[in-house]
Each structure stands twice: as C-alpha cells, then as structure tokens.
Design a protein around this ligand. Structure first.
Ligand code: EPZ
Length: 422
C-alpha cells in the first residue's frame, strides 16, 4: 500500500494559499453536461476526484482540457447517456450526473454508487426527487436508469427527508432546465457549495434563488449558455490546516480563504482557547497556550462540518480533560479512532458519540487511513506525536487535498511519500 512517513514533534509555521473547493467544483463540472457552449471554470484544484469527473465528461462526449487551475469544457457533438459503474465506484459524486444527463439525452443509465467506510450512503433522496419531477426511474443489474417525462408539471414541490448536499445539488441542477416549471426544493442543504453551484448556474442563464436557505426556488429555462466562473476556496482544506496548526502548537496564515464559510469551526477554536485572526481574505491560527476540552456535534451546515470531525478529534486527543464528539451526519464515521488509540490516544466510541480523555502526548505508530478526512487526521496526529508515524493507504488523501505534502513541507513538516510498489 502507498505510505506516508511523518516525523513528529513538528510545529507547523508559515504561509500557504487555500485551494479551490473539491466539493464545489465536482457538482459544477457535472452541471456542464447541460451547457451546449464553452464553459471555463477557474480555481480548480488538481485532485484525483477532479480527474475522475473530467474522464466521465469525456466518456459521455465532452471535450475537456485542464491546465493552470482552469478547466475548459467544450460542447460535444452527441452526448452518450451512459456512465459505467467502474467510473462511478471511484467517486460517489459522479452520480450527480444522472439528472443533468437525462435532461440532455432524454435518458441516462448510471452505475448506482455503493457505500463507503463512513456509511451506507444510499441515493434514495436523489431518486425520489427525480420521480417527484416526473422522471421514470428503474434499477437493473446495479445501474439506475432515468427517463425524462413527456412534459413537466407547472408547479413541483419536493421536500428532502434530510438536507442532503448531493441530492440538493442533483435536483437543483436538473430543475434548471425544466422549462415551463417552477420547482421548490424544501429542507434543502445550505452548504456554501450549494450557493456556489447556484451562482454558477445563474451565470449560465439559470433562474435559481434561495441557496443557503432551506427553500430553493427554480424557474426552469429552455437552455443555458456558456460562461467563465471561479470556484470558492475549500473550507474543509482550510479547516484542516487551521486544526493542524493548533495540534502542533504552530503559527500559520492561510491566504485566499472565506472565514464566513467556517463560522462553526472558528467559534469552537476560540472556545478551546486557540489564537485566531480573521482577515479580509486570510485566516491566521496560532498557539497561545493550553487548550480547553469541548463538546461538539457534527450537523448539516451551518452546524459543525462532519468532514472536520476526524481532524478535530486528533487535536482533542492531546487536550487535557474530557471532550465529547457527536456525529449526526454519517452512521459510521469513527472508523479511524482505533488508529488514533494505537498512537496512545484514549478515545471510547459508543454509537454516535466519541468520548476523548486527553493525554499529554501521542506516540508515532503504523496506522491505516480509512478515508480522505481520517487520513488527514492521522497525518496531523503524526506531526504532533513523538517519533515517526507510518500511514498506510494514503491515496485517499490525494483525492481530497491538493499538493498536501508540498504545502505541509512549506510549513516545516518532514513528510515522505512511498507510492504503491505494484
Ligand atoms: C457531501 O456528500 C460531501 N461530498 C461529503 O464530503 C460530506 O461529508 C457530505 O456532503 C456532508 O457534508 C461531496 O460534496 C462530494 P449527503 P454527500 O447527501 O452529498 C444520507 C469529503 O470528505 N443520504 O449530504 O454524499 C447519507 O447517507 C466528503 O469531502 C441518504 O440517506 O452527503 C448521509 O448519512 C465525504 N439518502 C446523509 O444523508 C440520500 O439519497 C448526508 O449525506 C442521500 C443522502
């Protein structure tokens, strides 16, 4: 397995720039399926998941180029409504293409994504929403088939059972081209990535309002035109470096950030006693003395982001006293805890709660990364620990963090990557 070897007792210090948002650019790229003019997307991070989405767009007939953080999507002659499972299984977000592709081709067949280490992650809200729009949905041999109705109802209202990010993005994008209909999505997700997708679609001529609130209204249009759009910075990447700075008693400035996207994290960091300075477009974190234990529950936005849950747990593992984390978004997101306990942490998990008894110091060990964010948590634990930490299965990290090692080295980390032998 690929490995990262991390030297401990490292204090992260210096300045870096935030990358563009992975979880924003993926649904935006999926939406380009519906645009039959050139689209230019800027501030795109160089990540495996972005490459996977680009392969899917090329697979269905688009011409796509990617250089200097800029993706250009040129319209294709004929689009193919078929996205095979071998591409979908690499990245769940590719399922977001089924609605937009059906709008353009009249039908689409997309492999149904399976679960992953953090939960079963069904797509029933996506499918029920498309059925509420009038789509005919069938499933066969692990694929989902969607067929467009002859006409759309004038008024459509669909309430999500849970504010799912993916389902909100899928339905909002699909509805953009449902000419003659007014669609209301209730209990919608409110993440900043939803607003970014709305702003992108509106820049292409869509009529969408209400992103960042629980109610999104879409007035369908006949077609969308090309545009140039720059993606928001990655708030989860920024949060990871802020937490890494505090875990290693460091001092780091991150440029090109949006502090308004990280309010829940910043207030927790202040409650813990970390030094935080918010600038116009930068965030500065610094150690200013022993931290206090806290209680956190991960929730849909604007609550504390579930993607930072493993990383703040790695910080709290060495905060004196008892901290409690409650995970309310995914049913199996403590899979990394045994790995932290191998490094000397004292964390007990019972159903959706983790009880963390802070220890003075972690010690380096060999561990395995179960997913992207847990991988980042183990790297940060390793930087703060005594000795050397060997993290296996780190390819996850390259799916979610741009130039991770490079940025960490800029901040003083001693970190070495060993690719898979095969
Ligand atoms: C997005 O996943 C993010 N991924 C995830 O980040 C993030 O953890 C998650 O939102 C929550 O913030 C991308 O944006 C590409 P959901 P998504 O639909 O859309 C259940 C990372 O590390 N659910 O909001 O898949 C689901 O099982 C990744 O960057 C259904 O039951 O998340 C989960 O428990 C990890 N049925 C909850 O809702 C459905 O049809 C939230 O899932 C859809 C979701």
């Amino acid at each position: 397995m690929s490995q990262l070897v991390v030297m401990g007792n490292t204090s992260l210090k210096g300045e870096i720039k935030a990358s563009g948002s992975k979880n924003s650019v993926l649904p935006i790229l999926a939406a380009t399926v519906m645009i039959e003019e050139p689209v230019v997307i800027k501030n795109v991070p160089e990540l495996r998941d972005v490459q996977t989405m680009i392969s899917i767009l090329q697979q269905i007939g688009k011409t796509v180029s990617f250089e200097n953080e800029t993706v250009t999507v040129m319209p294709g002659e004929i689009l193919v409504g078929n996205v095979p499972y071998e591409l979908v299984k690499k990245m769940r977000a590719s399922f977001n293409i089924i609605g937009p592709l059906t709008m353009i081709c009249g039908w689409a067949k997309v492999g149904k994504p399976g679960g992953c280490n953090i939960g079963q992650r069904p797509v029933d809200f996506h499918l029920k929403g498309l059925e509420a729009f009038g789509f005919r949905i069938t499933e066969e041999h692990g694929d989902v088939m969607a067929v467009i109705p002859n006409s759309f109802e004038k008024e459509i209202v669909y309430a999500l059972p849970f504010p799912s990010v993916g389902a909100t993005e899928q339905l909002m994008t699909t509805a953009a081209l449902m000419e003659g209909s007014t669609i209301t999505i209730e209990n919608a997700a409110r993440e900043p990535e939803i607003s970014d997708l709305q702003n992108f679609l509106n820049a292409c001529g869509a009529q969408i309002a209400g992103a960042s609130t629980p109610t999104i209204k879409i007035t369908g249009v006949r077609n969308l035109h090309g545009s140039e759009y720059s993606v928001i910075p990655d708030r989860i990447e920024t949060g990871t470096y802020l937490l890494g700075t505090i875990a290693t008693k460091g001092d780091v400035k991150i440029h090109g950030t949006r502090s308004d996207h990280l309010i829940s994290l910043l207030s927790i960091l202040e409650e813990m006693g970390a030094g935080i300075e918010k600038g116009q477009d930068y965030l500065h974190a610094f150690w200013k003395g022993p931290l206090k234990p806290v209680r956190i529950s991960s929730e849909p936005y604007p609550g504390f982001p579930t993607d930072l849950q493993p990383i703040i747990t790695a910080v709290l593992a060495t905060v004196e006293g008892t901290s409690v984390i409650e995970e309310n978004v995914f049913e199996n997101r403590f899979g990394y805890v045994d790995e932290l306990n191998r490094m000397g942490a004292r964390i007990k998990v019972s159903s959706s709660h983790a009880n963390i008894c802070g220890v003075d110091k972690l010690s380096g060990a060999e561990v395995v990364a179960p997913d992207i964010r847990a991988g980042a948590a183990l790297v940060i634990a390793g930087l703060a620990a005594d000795g050397e930490t060997i993290i296996n299965n780190v390819t996850h990290l390259f799916r979610g963090y741009e130039r991770f090692q490079e940025k960490l080295r800029t901040l003083g980390a001693k970190i070495t990557f060993y690719p898979d032998e095969e």
